[in-house]
Design a protein. Sequence first.
Length: 448
Amino acid sequence: MLELDWRDDLSPGWGKGKYVEHVLKDLPDAKLIELANKCTTNLPAEGKTRHIDDILERITTNDRQAISRVTRISLATAFEGRVLTPNVDFDGFIGSIGFERDSGIYTSFRYDPNGQLVSSDFFSSIKVPATHREALEAFGFLDWSDRRVISFLESLIHPEIRRGSEQTELAALIDTHLRPDGLTPRVTGIISGHPVFSIQRLHSSRHDRPKNIIFASSTKGFKPIIGLADALDNELIVLENEDTCLVYDDPTPNEGLTWVRLADWWAKKQKISNTEEARRSLGARLQEALSSPPERLFFSTYFRTIKQTLGEKLPALIPQVYVHYDPKTQDERRQKRKFLIQRMDFLLLLPENRRIVIEIDGKQHYSITRPSTKYDYVDATNTPHPPMPHMSLPSPQVYADTVRADRELRLRGYEVYRFGGYELRDRTCERLVSDFWDGLFHTHGLTS
């Protein structure tokens, strides 16, 4: 199941535990993370695998908590005066959702008949009043992974635990304390007429799921001519230059468009039965759409640094995506162009229909190119130099168009991030790009 290679150089007489320990010591970090993810996916959810989950989340988020310690303390304090776990002991509830108390803690917590939380030593029958903060800290609440905190809070307001006004009031209390960290409980389902809450980000996208994605427009210089095969259903068809773009028209799931799903679509479209062959073929086709060295470096760095971390959850980095479409070129429109931009350099479709735009800015985003004259090449001593055929000059108008297009996308609900082409000159940019992805995916709660 874990697919570890057999090591002939190690003695089988050591026993399984010692043998595996020596194998693991020699594995690179990326392979260890991949192996740990397999363990948490394939093994039963219990205390030990939850601790592995915590460690993995700390690695993938650079030890940053989306739900801060301040928020955790305020939540634990706000629970005072409430019976969080009616009909079940506090210890029993925590244990039922797979959490264990910190080692060395020998205190039991439960509610007395009056609803007061009390604690008692395992070796004594004496019960003393306790606070929810004391109880939760005994179980390591302040250091739980964000996923564990969310699982705990969702369990507290699940219909199996509480219903009616008691459920909605506790959900409102949790909402008050989570909002400063950009989270909120939302109704995402119904069980027997009772709402089911999930903790989600406040800035979930207002977008519907995309009906079509026109992307990977090639650098051959020919623009696809697009028509409507069915105007009522918004069914697109490429009338001319079909080989210069791709049209993804499969349903986009709520968890976003991943690289795996995009590759599966490509395999079906191209009738490729081998999964790895399909992924290589798709990668080669997408590379054709990248028009500059910085774009190619950014694209390759994404897969090189992030794929091992997210595995099959890796969002598809989609190049050259049409956000607007005008069948005429800018030269044909001249000064009467309808859209400031038509294509985005890169697009990601994240869970909950969140749309992330990445732009790689070359000098065309802030300058114009014009023929040079002899007056452009006179130095401080008034000595002329041979003119070049063309030169670039800063252009306030071009820059204004760039930032205006940014504003329009943001107002339509897109997140827009820009890199200067100068930042992506060579592979020394790898850490810069990797840190960006880590921060972005942490912000959106996307971890392995």
